[in-house]
Ligand binder design. Structure first.
Ligand code: AMP
Ligand code: GLY
Length: 422
């Protein structure tokens, strides 16, 4: 079966790598793809209609969408209208990620645990709410803001500034509507699951590292590394998450008539009162996917086809017991303005250690792989235990270099800590 993958980052590289291993895979196309995707046929970006035309012309049996933007733009509606099989929520259901107020209302309606929140479409009442509630508070631009529209304010002044920034246009249209949320405390974890509208199948657990600096300090990023499994999510906690979040999510979709045959990602805060949902994404996480798929021993293509066809109940996912760690290597300056165009050395040497180097912000210039994005590579390795996986990933990372390359040195520190305590 020919496959079309949409996207070009590290997450899509990991998806492509895994799809290529499927005995059922024919040609794997990726639009726009990236230079690391060996054996994949890359396809230029196109409009939704052009991508659907491509899928028809190339007998694509399954399309998988990586990022949220095409889902929110209605790629699933376009493909299904044309009888094409695709994994992902339709445009209406994609609002679970695209609109924080839509997601909040969904959660409240269906009893999913989440932070208390107040929704505003004008600055003055939002500021009044901040002053009345006091700090700490979380201020969120309502729409898609590429992960940058959230401020965890520890003072009233900071919260006021965040409200003013939103209404002042700092996040474009996304800021014209603002959520103010109660601040939750605890450790974060992500649960990513396949959902076909009837059955929900969680993937292996994972945790990412959103902050730029070691010890989870500094500004938020797209994610500087990830590991799987996340030992903080014990088997008992997994059951609680299933009962309080995943099953109510599924029933909520059914009750609201949402067409959700795709990937649901719940970002959770594990509070003293139990797990609460911080956000939904309607896609795989990046870089969680790199760590998760490194551990998937069964056929990803079969599972995705079953998701699109509503046959997930028939599929069993098989995971390697070995933990996986993904360390993101970034360009100098990221997450602010960053350098581009530096030649990258050492990818082959790193892969010779057994690690997999998923590319994200790279391009080819004069036959050389050079940096072209903020998050450049996701170096991923397995180990007998988490300590060995960490050691294997960093051994590979240290073989790779370019001017200004940097990475966090403490990926998986929480899992290592828990391992030591056992
Ligand atoms: P979001 O995009 O909504 O997941 O928010 C991004 C990050 O902001 C999360 O990963 C959390 O670290 C933090 N965050 C979001 N909402 C809250 C909240 N209600 N309380 C504490 N931290 C939060
Ligand atoms: N790593 C966080 C995300 O993909 O949204």
């Amino acid at each position: 079966m020919n496959v079309l993958l949409i996207g070009g980052g590290g997450r899509e590289h990991a998806l492509a790598w895994k799809l290529m291993q499927s005995p059922q895979a024919g040609v794997v196309y990726c639009s726009p793809g990236n230079p690391g995707m060996r054996g994949v046929v890359t396809v230029p970006e196109g409009t939704l209609a052009e991508l659907a035309d491509f899928a028809v012309a190339h007998q694509v049996g399954l399309t998988m969408v990586g990022p949220e933007a095409p889902l929110c733009a209605g790629i699933v509606d376009e493909f299904r209208r044309r009888g094409l099989r695709i994994v992902g929520p339709d445009q209406y259901a994609a609002q679970l990620e695209g609109s924080k107020s839509f997601a909040k209302q969904f959660m409240q309606r269906h009893g999913l645990p989440t932070a208390a929140s107040w929704h505003f479409t004008a600055e003055e009442p939002a500021l009044a709410c901040v002053r009345q509630r006091g700090a700490p508070l979380v201020v969120k631009a309502d729409g898609l803001a590429a992960g940058k529209g959230v401020v965890v304010a520890t003072t009233v002044a900071e919260a006021e500034a965040a409200v003013r920034a939103c209404f002042g246009g700092a996040f474009g249209a996304a800021g014209a509507s603002v959520l103010i949320e109660e601040c939750l405390f605890g450790e974060e974890a992500s649960i990513i699951a396949l959902c076909d509208g009837k059955t929900i199948v969680p993937l292996a657990t994972s945790q990412d590292h959103k902050r730029a600096g070691d010890g989870d300090t500094g500004p938020n990023t797209g994610g500087m590394g990830a590991y799987s499994p996340a030992p903080v999510v014990t088997p008992e906690l997994e059951q609680v998450i299933d009962a309080q979040i995943m099953q109510p999510f599924l029933r909520g979709c059914q009750a609201d008539g949402l067409d959700f045959r795709g990937v649901i990602y719940a970002g959770l805060m594990l509070t003293a009162q139990g797990p609460k949902v911080l956000e939904f994404n309607v896609r795989f996480g990046d870089p969680e996917t790199q760590a998760i798929l490194a551990r998937l021993d069964s056929d990803l293509l079969e599972a995705l086809v079953a998701t699109a066809d509503g046959r997930l109940a028939e599929v069993e996912l098989v995971w390697s017991p070995k933990p996986a760690v993904c360390v993101v290597m970034a360009s100098e300056g990221y997450p602010n303005k960053y350098r581009k165009g530096d030649p990258i050395r050492g990818i082959d040497a790193a892969e010779a250690t057994g690690a997999v180097v998923f590319q994200a912000g790279t391009r080819i210039e004069n036959g050389q792989t050079v940096t072209s994005g903020g998050r450049v590579l996701g170096v991923t390795a397995l180990g007998q235990d988490i300590a060995e996986a960490v050691a294997n990933a960093y051994q590979a990372v240290e073989l790779i270099s370019w001017p200004g390359a940097w990475y966090r040195r403490d990926i998986a520190h929480r899992a290592l800590q828990r391992d030591k305590q056992r």
